[in-house]
Design a protein around this ligand. Structure first.
Ligand code: FES
Length: 316
């Protein structure tokens, strides 16, 4: 994780909604690498006593990435990362980020794209839209938010997208009829969802009930690892024992102990961190392994998953 990191300078910080702060990064040395619509970076946040690492979607125009933009929602139950970004990071600071990676790219062969954003889930679509416009793609953006907390960029989106833009402010009692929305999708329409777990699950369930093929539904959620009971992870190659506290993920505890584990999304979806389990029983919390793989209990995704047993021995 520390190898290949890019140093960036915080060029600007702006509040774009009551609980959302935007950061623009410019390069410290070389130009920033190009990226594709839907890409994200992991931002390293050196807090007191703990380094946080969170994934954020890039909002800049991929065609012209003079700077990288991210937007961070202050989480009500923050594990520290969003509080760090909101209270510690200021203009001129230097941070380290990973090169961009993409787990949520548009499917350009689609006849139509329906984009569904919930709150700060608008961010990956900010990099989709310039490319959708350039390609003349058929698309709609449906933006669900609470104006007392989120709803960033809605005025400029409305102006730029016109009749392709639909907004639903739940603080004003506005609701999105997901079923009606999905029902109007002609064959070949792809649906993209980014937002809270509840929104993703609701749309997926509705789509499944309506017989929409799973391959036409795409979603991204960078959920912070949820807390759980503490346990010990044993590193088979060295015999090292690492304590995983209730609030830390297994991946974070291993990193803090100097054990490198390949990772990309840090949210249980990309599969990069998969690690063999030699002893103990994992508590699977990822969206990557199949039900059959989970039932075998012979591998685990340390970025989000934990242990049922008091210890877990990993093939590291
Ligand atoms: S880092 Fe992506 S699944 Fe663990």
């Amino acid at each position: 994780m520390s190898e290949g990191l890019i140093e960036v300078r915080v060029a600007s910080v702006a509040d774009v909604a009551p609980k959302i702060r935007e950061f623009r990064f410019t390069p410290v040395a070389e130009a920033l690498p190009p990226f594709s619509p839907g890409a994200h970076v992991v931002v390293e946040m050196p807090g007191a006593g703990k380094t946080y690492r969170n994934a954020y979607s890039l909002m800049s125009d991929p065609f012209n990435p003079e700077n990288y933009g991210i937007a961070v929602r202050l989480q009500d139950e923050s594990r520290g990362g969003s509080v760090f970004m909101h209270t510690q990071v200021k203009e001129g600071d230097v941070l380290r980020i990973t090169p961009p990676a993409n787990l949520f790219a548009p499917h350009w062969a689609a006849k139509k794209h329906i984009l569904l954003a919930g709150g700060v889930g608008i961010t990956p679509f900010m990099s989709y839209l310039p490319e959708m416009q350039r390609r003349g793609a058929d698309y709609e953006l449906h933006y669900l938010f609470r104006s007392e907390q989120t709803g960033a960029y809605r005025d400029e989106l409305k102006k730029a997208l016109g009749e392709r833009f639909f907004s639903y402010d739940s603080d004003a009692g506005e609701k999105c009829d997901v079923r009606a929305l999905l029902a109007q999708g002609a064959p070949g329409t792809h649906i993209y969802i980014c937002g809270p777990e509840s929104l993703i699950h609701a749309v997926k369930a509705e789509a499944e009930a309506m017989g929409v093929p799973a391959g036409f539904i795409h979603y991204e959620e960078f959920a912070a690892p949820k807390p759980g009971k503490p346990f010990t992870v044993k590193v088979a190659s060295s015999g090292q024992e690492v304590a995983v506290s209730a609030d830390d993920s297994m991946l974070e505890a291993l990193e803090a102990a100097g054990v490198e584990v390949t990772n990309m999304c840090r949210g249980g979806v990309c599969g990069q961190c998969v690690t063999r389990v030699l002893e103990g029983t994992p508590e699977h919390r990822d969206d990557f392994l199949s039900a059959a793989e989970k039932s075998r209990n012979d591998c685990v995704m340390p970025c989000v998953s934990r242990a049922v047993t008091d210890s877990l021995t990993l093939d590291l």
